[in-house]
Design a protein. Structure first.
Ligand SMILES: [Zn+2]
Ligand SMILES: [Zn+2]
Ligand SMILES: [Zn+2]
Length: 138
């Protein structure tokens, strides 16, 4: 087995776990799930693959209040209207299980543009995630 094929296979295994996860998962969570499935993928590979996907914009990253990064494949398969999910969106994230709801916030977008323009800032971006307890954990 050549190294190249191995990397691809491990990447596919990671993609598969991301696809089946309902919520945001840390690299450690994903690593644990892969091990449970009998995969021999290493934690370093998981981190590296997640970073590549995140840099390419293929998965979403949120940072928990404690700073740990969590990852999720957005635009879930089976969504009735895939075009309803914009590239730029926000999340409601459960603090317990990582379950996420995609939300958009036109008020937030307008507010960000307004305060930035008022201060003379251009090329702005922002990150807004809302953490709480999902209906199952309230
Ligand atoms: Zn998302
Ligand atoms: Zn929950
Ligand atoms: Zn926004």
């Amino acid at each position: 087995m050549s190294p190249r094929i191995r990397v691809t296979r491990q990447g596919e295994a990671i993609d598969q776990v991301l696809r089946t996860a309902a919520g945001f998962r840390t690299a450690q969570d994903l690593y644990g799930e892969l091990r449970n499935q009998g995969s021999s993928v290493g934690l370093t590979t998981v981190y590296r693959h997640l970073k590549v996907l995140a840099d390419a914009g293929e998965i979403d990253v949120v940072h928990r209040p404690d700073g740990e990064a969590q990852y999720r494949l957005c635009s879930p398969a089976g969504s009735a209207d895939p075009t309803a999910i914009q590239d730029h969106h926000h999340h409601l994230v459960c603090r317990v299980c990582g379950r996420a709801v995609e939300v958009d916030g036109p008020e937030v977008e307008q507010w960000a543009e307004r305060v930035a323009a008022a201060a003379g800032y251009t090329q702005i971006s922002h990150t807004v995630e809302v953490f709480g307890l999902c209906p199952q954990h309230s």
